[in-house]
Each structure stands twice: as structure tokens, then as C-alpha cells.
Write a new protein. Structure first.
Length: 411
């Protein structure tokens, strides 16, 4: 058994690489030629391994998929052009008109919008408070096929009852999908709570550098796909543990078309090598900065699972290696978010998260604006809420940046 970083750093070298390269090269091609047409046909029919067309397979992408599988301790991974592409393809491949699924109500805004779009096309969704397993249980119907949760919610950091929901899904033979973006496979492996499929936006912490978009779905081997009605006969071949992920790649990725390019896959694969190192620094700074803000008189609330005052603090402590590198806070009355953010000099005003740079954004006015005031209120998103994604800068510099911005607000 190798350590997390050792396994990731040496992943590319697990199979021969041309010219002794230490990393898989960028294979900038969409098609693959064969000397014997029978070999080409065998690849298309799944009788032999190989590469057919760039929308579904690419050697550089395969190397990234192997890295993610190793990090998640999974069975197999499929990568996509974005995290949203991964989630959309998953629903498209596994659900049909008339199906129902249960989702945490504490969701990334784009995911919420996507689920509403699927509902408009006949795949119904029920949103519940996933911090309580009973709420999920009450929403299950005969036509329910799947449960979807995030590990730590963005932006108010609610922590789902991941273990309890896993046991519930196992009892009811439901596909359990866990979005691991906010924690990353370094802080948490959803396989340990019986997740069936793990979704991750690789754009965020795994890539880490804000220079490439990508997403992934990892099969954990925990779900009995032979009992899942929506697997087409075409994909009921071989090991049942891989039927779901095979249908996601063969039908979902082919038909939905959310493919990742080789160059993006290369950037994300290189970024993944330093995930553990970056997360240790980012999480330590996030904890220190959240603690500082929690004690500041001009801050009304801080939402961070690492604080003892957080409702799911004990759960986060039990589940995760560290409580993450993202938090949010509400300013006290009299402090407006726009002027305050504009006083920050180191922190970048930006919409991404998981970057090496610390990023801040006024949530209600930007990424959750389209959701409307009523839906934002149900998610605990106040107008003064500011989300912070902590980077790898020195902790002291970050605290000083926030301190100085408060000081200037009082002059």
C-alpha cells in the first residue's frame, strides 16, 4: 500500500510511456488508425481494449482517469469537459422519463438549475435537508432511483449525513451519488460511506491552478447494478460492478458529448500530483482565517465546519481528514459587502474555488442571483454573505488583508 501522494505522482509510470517520459504526453488526436479493420471492429464492439474516437477515449484522458480512480480507491472513472458535464451525463445515462430522485437542497447553484431542467423533461426531483437522513427517507417513492448529495455544501457549508444516507440507500437499493468536489479525494473518500458513484469537479481542488476545466465520475464497486432496471441489455455484459460506469461512458458520454480535451486532462493530471500538499496548506489557513473572523465584531456569522459552533462540526470531524478550505461569512449590519470586498488587496474577487489564490465573491449578487430571494433564503444565503475559497498564500498575509479592510471601513 502506497501513500496518497506517492500513488498519484507515480500513476503515469504504472504503464510504459514513450521515450521514458515521466508523464503521459498530450495526445492531440480525435481518431485512431488500425492496420487490421477487424481490430478496429473489436474495439468498437468491446471485444478488445483500445481507442476508437476522441469523444469517449484518449490516452491522456485515460491517464487522468487512472489517477482519479486511484485517489478515490474506486473501480473505474470517466472524465468529462466540466463537473456539470459529469452530473448531466450521469442523469442522462441512468434515469428515464417518469423516474424520481432525491437531492440535497443545499446545492451548488448550477447543479440546482440542472436538476430543475431535468424535472421539466419528466425526471422529477425532490429537494430535502440532507443533514437529516429521515428527510431523505420520507422523500423516497416507488419510482425513486437515485439520491444525490454534496459532502460540504457550497456556500453555507452544511454537511450531509453521508453515512446515514449511505445505509439508507443500501437498504432501498438506490444509487447513491456523492459530489466530492468540496472535500476532494484527499480529505474524504465517499466509498467509505457506501457511495455508488462519486462526482467531482476537477476544475477545483484536484486541478488546483484555475487553468483547466474538467469533471469526473468514479464507480466505487459498492452498488449491485444487476438489480438496476435502467441498465440497457447492451451493457449487461461482463462484471456487473462496471455496468453503470460502462453505460455512463458508452451511452452517456457518447450521446451527451461532454468530452474533455487532452490538453485540459494533462493540466488536471499534473495539478493532481500536489493535491495533498495544497490542501494541507489551504485547510490550515482556512481554519485560522475562519477563527479570526468568528471573533471579529464586524462579522455576524461564520459558516465553517471546522468551528465548534458549526451544527455539523462533530460529523465533519469524524468523516473528513480536515474540514475543507472554503467558508462563508455574513457581515454585521452597517458593513456593505461590495465596498468591503473592494478593500481587499490580496484576495481576488472571482467566482471559482479551489484555486491556489484566495478568492472571494458576494454570493447573493452573483452565483446565486438567478435563484431568487425565496430560494436563497431557504438555503440560508443572506444578502451580505461572502464566500471565501482559501488559497496557498501565507496565513498571516491573508488575516492582515481582512484586518486592514475592516480597519479602513471604520475610518
Amino acid at each position: 500500500m502506497r501513500g496518497f501522494t506517492t500513488s498519484v505522482v507515480h500513476s503515469d509510470r504504472s504503464s510504459p510511456i514513450e521515450h521514458g517520459s515521466l508523464q503521459k504526453p498530450i495526445h492531440a488526436t480525435v481518431a485512431y488508425g488500425y492496420d487490421d479493420v477487424q481490430d478496429l471492429a473489436d474495439v468498437f464492439q468491446g471485444k478488445s481494449s483500445g481507442y476508437s474516437y476522441g469523444r469517449q477515449v484518449n490516452p491522456t484522458v485515460s491517464a487522468l482517469e487512472d489517477k482519479i480512480t486511484r485517489m478515490e480507491n474506486g473501480v473505474a472513472t470517466v472524465c468529462f469537459g466540466t463537473g456539470m458535464g459529469a452530473i448531466g451525463t450521469l442523469l442522462f445515462a441512468l434515469l428515464r422519463r417518469g423516474d424520481h430522485f432525491v437531492s440535497s437542497s443545499f446545492l451548488f447553484g448550477n447543479t440546482n438549475s440542472l436538476f430543475q431542467s431535468f424535472a421539466a423533461h419528466g425526471v422529477e426531483v425532490t429537494f430535502v435537508d440532507a443533514t437529516q437522513t429521515d428527510a431523505v427517507a420520507e422523500a423516497i417513492r416507488p419510482e425513486t432511483k437515485l439520491v444525490f448529495v454534496e459532502t460540504i455544501a457550497n456556500p453555507v457549508t452544511q454537511v450531509s449525513d453521508l453515512a446515514g444516507i449511505g445505509a439508507l440507500c443500501r437498504e432501498h437499493a438506490l444509487v447513491y451519488v456523492v459530489d466530492n468536489t468540496m472535500t476532494s479525494p484527499y480529505l474524504f473518500q465517499p466509498r467509505t460511506v457506501d457511495a455508488s458513484l462519486i462526482v467531482t469537479s476537477l476544475t477545483k481542488y484536484v486541478g488546483g491552478h484555475g487553468n483547466a476545466l474538467g469533471g469526473s465520475i468514479t464507480e466505487t464497486g459498492r452498488f449491485d447494478w444487476s438489480a438496476f432496471d435502467n441498465i440497457y441489455d447492451t451493457y449487461r455484459k461482463g462484471e456487473p460492478a462496471k455496468w453503470g460506469i460502462t453505460q455512463i461512458r458508452k451511452k452517456g458520454l457518447r450521446d451527451f458529448g461532454a468530452a474533455i480535451g487532452a490538453e485540459a486532462a494533462h493540466h488536471l493530471g499534473v495539478g493532481a500530483e500536489t493535491l495533498a500538499l495544497r490542501m494541507e496548506r489551504q485547510c490550515a489557513s482556512a481554519a485560522a482565517l475562519a477563527d479570526y473572523l468568528a471573533g471579529h465584531p464586524r462579522v455576524a456569522k461564520v459558516f465553517y465546519p471546522g468551528l465548534p459552533t458549526h451544527p455539523e462540526h462533530d460529523r465533519a470531524k469524524a468523516l473528513f481528514r480536515r474540514p475543507g478550505a472554503l467558508f462563508s461569512f455574513e457581515l454585521a449590519d452597517g458593513i456593505e459587502p461590495f465596498p468591503y470586498l473592494n478593500r481587499l488587496k490580496i484576495v481576488v474577487k472571482s467566482s471559482n474555488l479551489g484555486d491556489n489564490r484566495t478568492l472571494a465573491i458576494p454570493v447573493a449578487h452573483t452565483i446565486y442571483h438567478e435563484m431568487g430571494p425565496e430560494r436563497r433564503a431557504s438555503m440560508g444565503i443572506a444578502d451580505s454573505l461572502i464566500r471565501i475559497s482559501v488559497g496557498i498564500e501565507e496565513t498571516e498575509d491573508l488575516i492582515e488583508d481582512f484586518r486592514r479592510a475592516f480597519e479602513e471601513a471604520e475610518t
